[in-house]
Ligand binder design. Structure first.
Ligand SMILES: C[S@@+](CC[C@H](N)C(=O)[O-])C[C@H]1O[C@@H](n2cnc3c(N)ncnc32)[C@H](O)[C@@H]1O
Length: 238
């Protein structure tokens, strides 16, 4: 692993998530004070999953959202989780094995090139994934392609504040540099979590995400701020 992980480099990003997988869930709870669950619930609320739906969790990681969604599509539905990295997927499969009644599948693959048929999904989520793709525009195009017309999708991630010198951005830098990196350092994952701030520097702002989504063919795209502007939830309608 090079000293500085390059955002947008698929191999380095995959290695990063393989490396942090064992600590990922605990650090997520600690660094967000458990609030990531609340934000993920808001993504699920937009999706309105129902029994029989075929849903996608792109960049599913250890499967948080896939597990919640699988409970809601029973009976008759399916949730497919896709992630590029093997280690988080292994943890997701382990969690799914503890609830064998859930209609869940996990697959290693690229969220920007899923290989699924056009219109395969009745809905999709992508949490903290879009920022990690080499090109978010391509990720949104693939997301639109795999959704049937009328389907909903929710893309949750850190928000990149439009004003880099405003209070929201100042707080975000403080949080990432003074809290996230030092806490991750205790787990030996300093560089892996320092990547977060660098990945945000190349991430589109909410209004640009809306533009990219409309250009990708979504009928509606609305970016909502969460957690005082620290997070963003992109509501999409195909
Ligand atoms: C920050 S984690 C988010 C995991 C999970 N969605 C969550 O919210 O807890 C980002 C995930 O995206 C995955 N990822 C990065 N690039 C990807 C790609 N091109 N295709 C699929 N997954 C990718 C990583 O392996 C990692 O598991």
């Amino acid at each position: 692993m090079p000293a500085s992980i390059q955002p947008g480099d698929p191999e380095q990003v995959r290695d990063l998530f393989d490396r942090i997988a064992p600590a990922y869930d605990n650090l997520n709870d600690l660094l967000s004070l458990g609030l990531h669950r609340l934000w993920k619930r808001q993504a699920v609320a937009w999706l309105q999953p129902k029994p029989g739906d075929r849903l996608l969790d792109l960049c599913c990681g250890t499967g948080d959202l896939a597990l919640v969604l699988a409970e809601k599509v029973r009976p008759g539905g399916l949730v497919l989780g896709i992630d590029a990295a093997a280690a988080p997927l292994e943890l997701a499969r382990r969690r799914a094995r503890a609830q064998p009644w859930l209609p869940l599948e996990f697959r290693q693959g690229d969220a920007a090139a899923t290989g699924l048929a056009d219109g395969w999904a009745d809905g999709a989520v992508m949490a903290y994934g879009l920022r990690n793709l080499p090109d978010p525009a391509v990720g949104l195009q693939e997301l639109r392609r795999v959704l049937r017309a009328g389907a909903r999708a929710a893309v949750l991630d850190f928000n990149r504040p439009a004003d880099a010198s405003g209070g929201t951005a100042v707080f975000q830098r403080f949080y990432l540099r003074r809290l996230v990196v030092p806490l991750a350092q205790r787990a030996g994952l300093e560089d892996q979590y320092a990547y977060l701030e660098r990945s945000l520097e190349r991430f589109p702002t909410g209004s640009v995400q809306e533009e990219l989504a409309l250009a990708a063919g979504f009928r509606q795209a609305r970016h909502r701020l969460l957690a005082g502007g620290q997070m963003g939830l992109l509501h999409l309608l195909a």
